[in-house]
Design a binder for this molecule. Sequence first.
Ligand code: OSB
Ligand code: MG
Length: 381
Amino acid sequence: MGFNQSILKSIIGKIDHVELFVLKIPLVNPFKTSYGIETFKEVLLIKLTSDGFSGWGECVSFKHNFYHEETIKISQFGTENFIIPLLLKNSDLSIKEILNLLIKIKGYDMAKAMVENALLDMHCRKKGIPLFAFLGGKKRKIMSGISLGITTDIEKLLENISDAVRKKYHRIKIKIKKGWDINVVSSIRERFPSIRLTVDANGDYSENDIDILKELDKFNLDMIEQPYGRDMFKEHSKLRKIVKTPICLDESITDMESVKLAVSLKSCKIVCIKQGRLGGILNAISVIEYCRKNKIDVWSGGMLETGIGRAVNIHLQTLKEFELPGDTSESSRFFDEDIVSEPVTLDSKGFIDIPDGSGTGIEVRAEMIEKFKIFNRTMTK
Ligand code: OSB
Ligand code: MG
């Protein structure tokens, strides 16, 4: 693909300073899914410094393991004990060489993504180019989408949808679970017959629920995201033959092998790309390329990221393969105040601008790090 190989191959120099932070930030509203409720965002961050230039990375792991088994504690363990020591031991390497070394470490994909994001941010800043330019992305703005959690009653969800429609979100996704599905989607369609709508089950259904999933065909949904569990590639494939609504996989897509399996079994039509879970931007790009070649549509998911991870997802979506709106919403949808100085906002047509400074183009606010910090560690050689 079109990313700048010279950036990847040029020496980044010695990493002088590594700082890790864990922040605990309250969410403006609890976010409920079929797997549980989030009321706080706990997040692991890294700041790398070399030669006077710094880069930030955000880890998408959660405190709990209801969505994915790599928790913050696990990401932190991998970062402190394996990834950072390797980074500090080897100086005068290129990003490409560092990433090749990281392949030897098994697991910790979310931690690796965080470190990769920070390296790319730092190096692009040093070279004075924006991340999207490094990626070869051509779009100057991207579409927006919002993921709305389960509420105590349908009326409240309809209100949340009205707000999102007023803001001109290009696509609305609602979380569903058994018992919060047909009734809810049918009320939404009565009130909003033509909005672009998708549902995300986070794996709550099984083959006993085919009738419910089939009934969703009546509502003109763009897709059903992850109806069954993560490893149920064969079952998703059978479901695809029964329901007309396109099937999208999220949790199932953990690496390139999983995408290849999904393609070979025809388990899905659409894949949700989460670079933070695929081990970083470069792995995500390999998956995106493979999907293009195999006629699988892609969109960018979200993991309740702060402005740091949100910016990375925005830069990535400047690639032409992202033709569908993803889960990229305004920062204020989750946080009263973002930890970066340029929170994500929508323009009057619901689009999101690409930050055009060097690297991710956003600045982290030191006072916000102080305010929400619950852990901090500095590592040097
Ligand atoms: O399944 O896409 C998901 C949030 C946390 C964990 C998993 C998911 C989600 C979302 C919200 O749907 C995405 C976002 O807006 O960040
Ligand atoms: Mg999902």
